[in-house]
Design a protein around this ligand. Sequence first.
Ligand SMILES: C[S@@+](CC[C@H](N)C(=O)[O-])C[C@H]1O[C@@H](n2cnc3c(N)ncnc32)[C@H](O)[C@@H]1O
Length: 293
Amino acid sequence: MTLAATTTQSVKLPQPPQAEAFSAAAFRRALTLFNRLPALDPARLRQSFVAKALHQRLAAGAATGYDSYLTALEQLPDDHPEWQHLIHELTVHDTWFFRHPPSLAYIQQLLTGEFSSLDQLRLWNVGCAYGEETWSIAITVAGSLKQQRRSIPWQILGSDISSRCLNKARTGIYRQTELKYLDDATRMQYFAHAGNGLLRVTGELKQHTCFTQANICDSVTPMNAAMHIVYCQNTLIYFSSSKKQRALDNLAAALNPGGVLLLAPGEAHGWSHPAMRNISPGNAQLELFQRMY
Ligand SMILES: C[S@@+](CC[C@H](N)C(=O)[O-])C[C@H]1O[C@@H](n2cnc3c(N)ncnc32)[C@H](O)[C@@H]1O
């Protein structure tokens, strides 16, 4: 059996032909199959969540029932696009602009303090979803450098496991409602009208920004050079502790000596690394680690 052509367009999807119950046996079969997905932690997935994800794939026309879908998946090579669609449905992508102001304020603090004499700057935003976080960091860096009248080469890389998220992130196009947390001055400075009520990130930010697909659990060397800042929030919460440990070790390995890892509060609970010093302030708003060597 081959999977039917599927769509990634944001159209209202038809319902699967029949509302079939997702049995416990089908759930177990799905979890076994998901072990082929190194980016996921099948043991952390709930039956209702998996049912919803598979339902989405059926609604997109990938198959006519859960069993036939799983049978088809079992036969697909690892690089078949259907796996990408499935990974997207099996991961959570909630995000918004300026989601965690204390972390962005800390980047500003670094740029005016400890990092004020750097002659270039590389940042990596891990688990960037649809790009709102990456562009928020880019706006923060651009604003801070401008305020300091400082001109240095800087680059920010956004990465995610979902290629569908990255496709949107790369366009830099958002609805007005998605920009509701931006003040008018920021919106006017960094976005231009793109028609149909949409706004597009301007070239001023785009020239410093790129996106790539990467699994946080793989050891990756983004940009082929060590990072000054790695920003990873609300992504590790979906991992088991062993996978979280591996992911954090990878992020630590990507940093320059002196480089800083910014996590969401509580995300690194129980993690330690010989080269990393916990520099979080006591106020529980920031979770920070600095590479010592
Ligand atoms: C809840 S969103 C968080 C987005 C953003 N960091 C924020 O805080 O607003 C989590 C993102 O992590 C991505 N993700 C999940 N597992 C991943 C993995 N193994 N490698 C890379 N990205 C992953 C998901 O695709 C999703 O877009």
